[in-house]
Design a protein around this ligand. Structure first.
Ligand SMILES: [Zn+2]
Length: 439
């Protein structure tokens, strides 16, 4: 059996997850009634089957056929009830769920699946951004961030910092372990975000000490503490800057003669670049020097302007690639957060809050389910074929949820093959299949 088929299919990936979270020390935190692995895999199945809530999942689980499928597909020996699952997962530090992300990433590397993601002298482009996931005026936990309104009212919220491997030409993104933005991080919103991003980047470097990384982010990240952190972690960056927020830098380049570069592509889009080397980031960090790219795109009469800073030396040869890498940042919004919100993962839905970790743990599990789907989209032929049979991603999971009530499936491969067969037959003319067309 080939490496990709063995490890980079749903069946292989779920085994990798189950194996990588198997840690005895956590068992003491969650008690002995249920195993830690069973709790993780049950939580993961909620997002794997794209259930709208824990309750929907609970409804599914009372069906004995589905219980048996939970065991054959997810390896769950003894599934906890909805309430028990929430209680158990609430007790576990979310960091314990980083290991499956790392493990799957290393399998992708070994399977050579990431070779085609290399860009700009063999670097990997990692896009970083935050997004909200939960907000309430009443429900809250120890780790909620708080916003105090003038009226005296307090709203509670959770946010997540996502990090995904992107490529300008690819729709499939590879999420790395996200980092919850939590209250313990500091008093102000800025502290919280900055500390979460510090943790995420330090963990990323510790877990992938030799990876050649280019970080792409929006202009809020173009500040000295953040850029110097990236330098100290040996990560390159291409990060937005705005005239309003970086006045000193823009005033400085006004007096310089820029190097320029122009291209018109096959579609007639004009790409105009100006670039500058060795520019001070701002007056209080005068000695911290960056290279600046100003870019104007004219596409069918529509003009868009962008500016970025980077430590990478800009040349005629790499400037177009630098621009494309910087703009690949949007994949975290378009291909990641939008998918999580609108394609069946129910990102903004409250899966239970808990008192301590549940909110963060559920976020990790959701991102893990998304990673498993993305890896299959990249590497697993039977998944790709099944996906092609439906117009929307959500339909695939409507089918899967109904088929797991039919019979016990030995594997996801078998289940996905059934999806392909049913869809192919339902579209074939009646005389070929003997079926009456149903679409
Ligand atoms: Zn909370």
């Amino acid at each position: 059996m080939g490496f990709a088929r063995k490890f980079l299919s749903a069946d292989g990936l779920l085994k990798v997850v189950r194996h990588s979270v198997g840690r005895a020390k956590l068992q003491t935190l969650i008690g002995t009634t249920y195993s830690w692995e069973d709790c993780v895999m049950s939580g993961l199945a909620i997002f794997g089957f794209k259930c709208a809530s824990l309750l929907q999942f609970e409804g599914l689980k009372t069906n004995s056929m589905i219980r048996r499928n939970l065991s054959s597909l997810y390896g769950v020996q003894k599934a906890p009830s909805d309430t028990c699952l929430r209680e158990r997962l609430d007790r576990v530090p979310y960091q314990e769920l980083r290991s499956p992300f790392k493990k799957i990433f290393s399998y992708l590397q070994r399977g050579k699946a990431l070779e085609s993601y290399r860009y700009l002298d063999n670097h990997y482009i990692i896009s970083l951004d935050g997004t909200g996931q939960f907000s309430s005026n009443a429900v809250h936990c120890k780790n909620c961030c708080e916003k105090h309104h003038r009226s005296g009212e307090v709203s509670y919220y959770h946010q997540m910092l996502g990090a995904v491997l992107v490529h300008p030409d690819k729709k499939v993104v590879i999420p790395l372990a996200p980092e919850p933005i939590i209250k313990a991080d500091g008093a102000t919103k800025n502290d919280c975000e900055r500390n979460a991003s510090k943790r995420l980047l330090q963990d990323l470097r510790r877990e992938h000490p030799h990876l050649k990384i280019v970080i792409v982010e929006d202009s809020l990240a173009s500040n000295y503490p953040h850029l110097s952190l990236l330098d100290s972690l040996k990560m390159d960056y291409i990060i937005g800057v705005k005239p309003g927020d970086h006045k000193y830098l823009f005033d400085w380049i006004k007096d310089l003669k820029p190097s320029t570069h122009q291209e018109i592509d096959q579609e007639g889009t004009q790409h105009n670049f100006k670039y500058y080397h060795d520019v001070p980031l701002n007056d209080s960090n005068y000695d911290y020097r960056v290279n600046v790219i100003e870019y104007t795109e004219t596409k069918k009469g529509k003009v868009q302007k962008f500016s970025w800073v980077s430590k990478i030396k800009v040349t005629e040869k790499n400037i177009f690639q630098l621009m494309r890498a910087a703009r690949a940042r949007w994949h975290i919004e378009n291909e990641t957060f939008n998918t999580l919100k609108n394609q069946g993962y129910h990102f903004e839905h409250n899966f239970g809050h808990g008192e301590e970790n549940l909110c963060s743990v559920m976020t990790m599990l959701m991102m893990l389910a998304f990673l498993i789907d993305q890896v299959q989209q990249l590497c697993c032929p039977v998944y790709q074929k099944a996906r092609q049979q439906v117009t929307r991603f959500g339909i695939l999971f409507d089918l899967i949820r109904s088929f797991i009530e039919l019979r016990v499936w030995k594997s996801f491969t078998e289940l996905l093959q059934f999806v392909i067969d049913v869809r192919t037959e339902s579209r074939a003319p009646p005389h070929e299949s003997g079926w009456i067309a149903t679409d």
